[in-house]
Ligand binder design. Structure first.
Ligand code: ZN
Length: 791
């Protein structure tokens, strides 16, 4: 029934275990409630044995999670919403993903045992340029490419045995129907507008990039091409409308390290409020203009100053430009800022209202701001550093912007009853190859969409019009998903208001999202809250944040060439090279450096639970996790796991011995000791009990407050080593206090090694004094259903 392991690279210590007596392997105690007495156990748990345990428990635990999820009350006081940043379906999971999802999974199991009601949703950030390009390379539709990847990656995630609540992908019609709804709420409030904008243009991918998709050298994050500036008509969101809320960080949990870092980072990025912004009409465009003294709008002599690269100057001289002051209905003069005055504007392509004499009047200011707010012309307090959020892309694979472009009415919202605007299915993607820039600027959706999709009548005046062919930036899709993921998706609303009364308890992801994604998610939260769509008790959408460091791989260079660990082993085995011939370093994982690791291969080799602990790493969660090769990484955790299994076996052995009869002799597989001195026994047990309470407190705190479960494992290892000193001392080991220590250790290891802990729990239950622990443990239930120990 059991296969012996073969061709696995194992640390030397483990090989020693493995070579002993592989013919008699241990059986699973959970299969029949007891280990057979004929088993000469020698703690030689092989990798296959661990994996067999995982295979046995995985479906049982999945079923438990499914049933549990049905009973979760998302509105209860003790509800906990734990969320990982959802993945982009690139085709395969990487170690960084698995590190993030393992962390949230541990926290989910922990909260569940603490008596909380918990959800841990998972879905896909599935629109975007990478899918579109990958699909083009393969001559297939982006939808087919994306959904194939989702299928593969979903299977990979399922094989990890994670406790997840599955949700929609952002490219599902049922999801983006509500992304369109959100777009229209902003549109109706005048917070989203189409106008000429200065954008980052990637000449290779022929597309607009967000600011944070351009690196410090001004190159595209994907193509590596030097990014150019282009003036294009784009959809913008008025970030400054909530500059105040975004800058204030009310309700930030300052005990949370990541929040503190994020607040400092975003404050720097947004800038301290030092000016006001107005949005004036200029032909078909909207002209955002900064103004330090709003009263300039109410006095004569004020003029508009622009940088020399402002789009308004495109093929025009300043004298011919007419911008109407909305308060006086008078024309305002446009001037180009002198070289020496350019620093009045912080970045290129911007405009400011100035006055030669600086007439300042606080009384006038209030009335100007009041009038401009009424007219929807802005007047928001903002900073010179802050920028509007360009959210449109000229791509095919994205959420279609639900707008109809009418020749007489301008942009008109698609009526709610006509939502969703489904992305047309394309069979022929040929027009997307070898795009001319003029077509790329117009947009790929416009090139492939059928005429009957494009041509519609204006909902206002019924004149023949065309659909907007820009699609949304994927940052817009992901700016609100956490609200929808809080509950099972509904067809009748974007998200559940009741559940979102409380912020997400813990949001886990990479620090690289602390500016882009987390700024946009906060913006949408403040917008929805201000308009009553959310009735949150908090002024921030996330209670706790956790940014996990990258997983760095060990690179091995030999003769100036990167080689893999296996190649290095071969060279060492050939005895032709010395260890000094290799140059070892730690870098971000990549295929070209030969240091990429496939998490599925690791799981296949070493099992789920060992890989979970190994990936969490014993270092701080936010620090980069350096991978020093499998042997080094797994050695420590296998020592802990084997020691745990040996402890359970010895625990059972002592009890078999105590119940031994002449007709049922026990195989003497361990040497026991005795302690006759009652005072000494008492003192040992008092010490253990004291340590038990201390360990419970510490482990609970590092998981709950620091989100650092690996440190908890380390504490439990130390405690296990302590009580192991008496595991074969019959007079101590048989005591209830001792049993309580061991039971609590297994329960607290449960969230981290869920499968192996169940097996240990079965062993523990088969021998422990069930009556004595009746009010403490529920022996009819699994370890994942036990209450978290109280000190
Ligand atoms: Zn119209």
């Amino acid at each position: 029934m059991l296969k012996t392991s073969s061709c696995m690279t194992l640390p030397k210590k483990l090989l020693a275990f493995q070579s002993v007596n592989t013919s008699i392997l241990r059986q699973l105690v959970s299969l029949n409630g007891q280990w057979p007495i004929t088993c000469t156990f020698n703690h030689n748990c092989t990798l296959n044995h661990f994996k067999e345990i995982e295979e046995r428990w995985k479906p049982i635990l999945n079923e438990k999670w499914k049933n549990y999820s049905k009973t979760v009350d998302t509105t209860s006081e003790n509800h906990r919403y734990v969320l990982s940043m959802f993945p982009y379906p690139s085709g395969s999971l990487h170690l960084g993903h698995v590190r993030i999802y393992t962390t949230t999974d541990v926290l989910t199991r922990f909260f569940r045992q603490r008596g909380n009601s918990v959800v841990n949703p998972m879905g896909w950030d599935s629109f975007g340029l990478p899918a579109e390009n990958a699909a083009l390379e393969r001559s297939m539709s982006p939808a087919i490419w994306t959904y194939q990847n989702i299928k593969t990656m979903e299977a990979q995630l399922k094989s990890l045995g994670l406790n997840l609540n599955w949700r929609e992908a952002t490219s599902d019609l049922s999801f983006y129907r509500w992304t369109q709804w959100l777009f229209l709420q902003l549109f109706n409030e005048g917070l989203i507008f189409k106008s000429m904008s200065c954008v980052n243009w990637d000449p290779v991918d022929k597309t607009v990039l967000a600011d944070d998709q351009v690196d410090e050298d001004g190159k595209s994050w994907r193509s590596g091409a030097k990014v150019e500036k282009r003036f294009l008509r784009q959809w913008n969101i008025k970030i400054s409308a909530f500059h105040d809320e975004l800058y204030q960080f009310k309700d930030v949990n300052l005990n949370n390290q990541a929040w503190k870092e994020l607040a400092a980072n975003q404050k720097f990025f947004l800038g301290e409020p030092d000016t006001y912004i107005f949005y004036l009409n200029y032909g078909k465009n909207i002209l955002p203009i900064l103004c330090d003294f709003p009263e300039y709008l109410a006095v004569d002599g004020s003029y508009i100053a622009v940088n020399k690269d402002h789009w308004i100057l495109e093929s025009r001289n300043p004298e011919s430009i007419k911008v109407i002051n909305p308060l006086s209905n008078q024309e305002m003069e446009v001037r180009v800022l002198n070289e020496e005055d350019q620093d009045k504007l912080p970045s290129s392509g911007r405009a400011i209202i100035l006055h030669p004499d600086k007439p300042i009047s606080e009384n006038l200011r209030d009335s100007v701001l009041r009038d401009c707010t009424k007219l929807g012309l802005g007047g928001y307090k903002t900073s010179k550093k802050s920028h509007d959020w360009v959210i449109s892309r000229q791509r095919y694979w994205g959420t279609p912007i639900p707008i109809i472009d009418c020749p007489s009415c301008g942009p008109v919202a698609v009526p709610t009853a006509d939502l969703p605007v489904a992305l047309p299915q394309v069979k022929d993607i040929n027009p997307l190859y070898e795009l001319e820039e003029k077509d790329a600027i117009k947009g790929r959706l416009g090139l492939v969409a059928p005429k009957e999709w494009l041509d519609v009548n204006c909902p206002k005046c019924n004149r023949p019009s065309v659909r907007e062919t820009d699609t949304c930036d994927t940052f817009f899709d992901s700016s609100w998903y956490y609200l929808r993921y809080a509950t099972e998706p509904s067809d009748s609303q974007a998200f559940d208001k009741e559940t979102n009364r409380k912020p997400v308890h813990l949001y886990v992801g990479g620090a690289e999202h602390s500016r882009g994604h987390l700024l946009y998610a906060r913006y949408i939260f403040h917008f929805l809250k201000s308009r009553g769509f959310i009735d949150s008790s908090s002024n921030e959408p996330f209670r706790n944040l956790l940014f996990l460091g990258y997983v760095l791989g060990r690179t091995i260079k030999y003769n100036d060439r990167f080689i893999t660990e296996d190649e290095q082993q071969k060279l060492i085995d050939s005895k032709k090279v010395s260890p000094d011939d290799f140059v070892i370093s730690c870098e971000k994982m990549s295929k070209s450096k030969g240091n990429g690791l496939d998490p599925m291969q690791l799981i296949d080799r070493y099992g789920i639970d060992a890989t979970r602990v190994t990936l969490l790493g014993f270092g701080l969660p936010r620090r980069a996790r350096e991978w020093h090769g499998h042997k080094t990484e797994y050695e420590e955790i296998f020592v802990i796991l084997r020691r745990l299994f040996l402890t359970i076996d010895q625990f059972i052995f002592v009890r078999e011995l105590l119940n031994e009869t002449k007709t049922a002799p026990v195989v003497k597989r361990f040497v026991i000791s005795r302690e006759k001195d009652q005072t000494k026994i008492e003192s040992i047990l008092t010490k253990y009990d004291h340590e038990r309470k201390k360990t419970i407190k510490k482990v609970t705190s590092v998981i709950e407050n620091e989100h650092y479960p690996a440190l908890g494992v380390n504490m439990l290892k130390i405690f296990l080593n302590l009580i192991r000193k008496s595991i074969l001392n019959v007079d101590v080991c048989k005591k209830i206090e001792f049993e309580r220590c061991l039971g609590d250790i297994i329960i607290m290891l449960g969230p981290v090694i869920p499968h192996l802990a169940e097996e240990c729990w079965s062993g523990f239950c088969s021998a422990a004094d069930q009556k004595a622990h009746k009010s403490y443990y529920d022996f009819q239930k699994l370890v994942c259903e036990q209450k978290w120990p109280e000190p």
